[in-house]
Design a binder for this molecule. Structure first.
Ligand code: 13P
Ligand code: ZN
Length: 274
């Protein structure tokens, strides 16, 4: 079977294109990775070429040894994913020692995996372990409103989480564990990857101040839906702030009541009295 005929490759392309249409991927902004199931690798084996040399990884990815990922290419535009898929993304294999990767499909124009590969692999490793293998998608996007909020709100997990939860009930339901926030750091480094994956132990969404967000999901739908929910809440919050600020706001007790009805486990540290 050809990679491009699979459900997982179609889902990958659709998600990248959806993100582009939302306006989250100016120029080559953002990147996406998907960890294949063993059966998915087997199904496309005839379409893979295992001839290229190994490239050392800047991080140790022992938990991902032998895994295969679809990854967007560095400098590639999400806008081109539907038109030129095999040039815009590729499939990589992680070595048995977890210390190197090689391209086994795609990136046909000679491209390389995203410059955020270290962050993707570290986050993939944390989520694979935490979810017992269920989590497969890591997504990095540049949505304008959540980035704008990182200029005006204090950079604290508790404040971002609570301010966004207050925007609509869907928020606490979609990210009940809350969200993590990281102050401005140089992108593409293993340092920002390490800090992000430490936060991914607890959260499914992490904001990089003045840059963008990382989200994790079991499926393309869940990772995209989480990104969309955070960005929509951020858009509403920007409008509310611009209109003079919040006047009618759900209380901490309102959240506790909702948690009881919907069986949510909302950490008390986000339900402080204001
Ligand atoms: P890449 O084109 O290397 O994926 O980089 C885009 C980006 O958003 C970096 O943070
Ligand atoms: Zn970025």
């Amino acid at each position: 079977m050809r990679v491009l005929d699979t459900t997982f490759a179609r889902g990958f392309i659709r998600m990248a294109d959806d993100g582009w249409r939302q306006g989250w991927h100016e120029c080559h902004g953002g990147n996406l990775s998907y960890r294949l199931a063993k059966e998915e690798v087997k199904a496309v084996e005839d379409d893979l070429r295992r001839e290229r040399g190994w490239t050392p990884l800047s991080v140790q990815a022992g938990e991902l040894a032998g895994d295969h990922f679809l990854v967007t290419g560095s400098g590639k535009f999400m806008r081109n994913m539907t038109l030129y898929p095999s040039d815009s993304f590729g499939m990589i294999e992680i070595s048995d020692a977890g210390d190197a990767y090689r391209i086994v499909w795609g990136l046909t124009g000679g491209g390389l995996p995203t410059s955020e590969l270290a962050a993707h692999l570290m986050n993939q490793a944390v989520k694979k372990r935490k979810s017992g293998g269920a989590c497969r998608v890591i997504y990095h996007a540049h949505p304008g409103n959540i980035i704008a909020l990182s200029f005006v709100l204090p950079m604290k997990d508790e404040i971002f989480t609570r301010e966004l939860w207050e925007m609509e009930p869907e928020c606490a339901m979609t990210f009940p564990a809350g969200m993590g926030v990281i102050p401005w750091m140089v992108p593409g480094t293993s340092e920002i990857g390490e800090l992000t994956c430490r936060m991914m132990e607890e959260y499914d969404v992490v904001l990089w101040a003045q840059h963008g967000i990382f989200t994790a999901g079991e499926t393309f739908d869940s990772a995209f839906g989480l990104t969309h929910t955070v960005e929509k809440a951020a858009e509403m919050l920007m409008k509310v702030i611009s209109a003079g600020g919040k006047r009618n706001v759900p209380s901490a007790q309102d959240f506790r009541d909702m948690a009881e009805v919907f069986g949510l486990d909302l950490p008390e540290r986000f339900l402080y009295e204001k």
